[in-house]
Design a protein around this ligand. Structure first.
Ligand code: PLP
Length: 447
């Protein structure tokens, strides 16, 4: 108890100190770019509904996002994990079955497998892509393996062609996990179109931000029809939950931008948001029940996407071409500046593979002196706490063992994660130049 109070005091002191900083660059950007009119549309849908049929809004969004991915079919859910769980159900994957996924992922993935009754089997990663190591996948295949998850990480496609070859040889279903990679391609084919199906996530940390959201995509019409039939009976999150998410949207729209993000931190720590008229219960709002192995009790699981999030997706997609170009240009600069520095050897080789078209979510590297670089980034007001995959399974309060992960099983993932550094690639207009300036200054110490 005392420790908890001390920790809280330290956090408050830290966030107080941060208030003096000129800005704070985080990984999540709110919807400050929406016009008042657009924000008004979101408000109307959240509060009363507008003059459209709510289902039409969701269908419009599904059609828009699916058309970016490819010629297949897309079905939205309240989250990526729920799309995955629904697929496992439709494929009748359950007790006695095994699902292979990499040990460099989010707890909600193995949790969906465990909730289906199947067993997650962890494979190691390939440090050149941060995706699964194809050879390790093959070594983990047994007569019980029903599905392989091929995760594309940080915007970088994994060795998907190789993985598909292995899966075909053994007759196993491949699900591409595109939660943290959207619109990247291998030899001109976009991720999501290689496997038997794919999931995408659009929660606020992801390439498209609908606060929470997920999509199942497949080019297999028969499979799509089955998932559609299954999902038709699913509920949405209840109204109070949606209302809280709307308040979160307002909060992030105002504060989740570099100039104000430090205030958001402070308000979050002090839990003052509620007093300001916003709700703040991040675990509940962002479906944090799914970090635990037990099935969620505070909201339906799985659930469908609600129209408010679909509308945010429509707005996100309307600006996507521009965003895509900006993020790619930012990656090119990150790479160009790393040339002739010591950093280059610690970058995943995929960044230099000409057959890949990478739309970055984060610029990721694993380097021995990660702590030094992170300290420097902190001093330059970049939020580093949110970097991903320090542990082989993140968002895992009960510990990785609880999800069937034995320490040491994915040795490369563990070593890579320990030294992980993430540079943001999702920024408001005008901030790309500023972050590049900081990056350049820090890189000068690595020449
Ligand atoms: C690699 C990976 N896969 C899947 C998911 C699930 O996405 P969602 O949060 O929409 O359920 C996440 C979420 O963070 C993720 O990081």
């Amino acid at each position: 108890m005392l420790l908890k109070i001390v920790r809280k005091m330290i956090n408050i002191a830290k966030s107080l100190k941060l208030l003096g900083a000129p800005f704070l660059i985080g990984f999540v950007q709110g919807h400050a770019y929406l016009s008042e009119e657009q924000a008004g549309v979101v408000k109307r849908i959240a509060e009363t509904g507008d003059n459209r049929d709510p289902e039409d809004i969701v269908s419009q969004y599904e059609a828009a996002i699916t058309s970016v991915i490819g010629k297949g079919y897309g079905l939205s859910f309240a989250s990526g994990r729920m799309a995955f769980f629904s697929l496992l159900k439709v494929l009748k994957i359950g007790p006695g079955d095994e699902v292979i996924l990499q040990g460099f992922t989010c707890s909600v993935m193995p949790n969906a497998i465990l909730r289906s009754g199947a067993k997650p089997v962890y494979c190691d990663i390939d440090k050149d892509t941060f995706g699964p190591a194809a050879a390790d996948i093959e070594s983990k295949i047994t007569s019980r393996t029903r599905l392989i998850v091929a995760q594309h990480s940080f915007g970088i496609p994994c060795a998907i062609e190789h993985i598909i070859d292995i899966a075909k040889k053994h007759g196993i279903f491949v699900l591409e996990d595109c939660a943290i990679t959207f619109d990247s391609a291998v030899k001109g084919i976009k991720v999501g179109n290689f496997g038997d199906a794919a999931i995408f996530s659009t929660d606020h940390t992801k390439p498209l931000n609908t606060l929470i959201g997920g999509l199942l995509y497949t080019t297999n019409q028969a499979l799509y029809e089955k998932v559609r039939f299954y999902s038709a009976a699913l509920p949405q999150l209840d109204k109070p939950h949606q209302k809280r998410l709307y308040q979160q949207f307002l909060f992030e729209r105002k504060y989740y931008q570099p100039i104000k993000f430090k205030q958001a931190n402070f308000l979050n720590y002090l839990n003052l948001i509620k007093k300001l008229g916003y709700a703040y219960k991040p675990n509940f709002v962002f479906l944090g029940d799914d970090y635990g192995r037990e099935s969620s009790r505070s909201y339906p699981y799985p659930a469908k996407m609600s129209p408010m999030f679909a509308q945010l997706g429509i707005f996100e997609l309307a600006r996507w071409d521009k965003e895509r170009a900006r993020r790619k240009a930012l990656l090119s600069e990150y790479l160009r500046l790393a040339d002739n520095t010591k950093i280059k050897e610690y970058l995943p080789k995929a960044y230099f593979d000409q057959s890949l078209d990478i739309v970055p979510l984060r610029f990721a590297m694993s380097l021995p002196e990660a702590d030094t670089m992170l300290e420097k980034m902190k001093k330059e007001h970049i939020e580093v706490a949110g970097r991903w995959f320090l542990d082989p399974i993140i968002c895992c309060p009960a510990g990785v063992e609880n999800l069937g992960y034995n320490k040491g099983v994915c040795a490369i993932a563990e070593a890579t994660g320990r030294h992980m550094v993430n540079w943001p690639c999702v920024l408001p207009a005008g901030w790309d130049e500023r972050i590049l300036k900081i990056y350049k200054k820090i890189l000068e110490t690595y020449i």
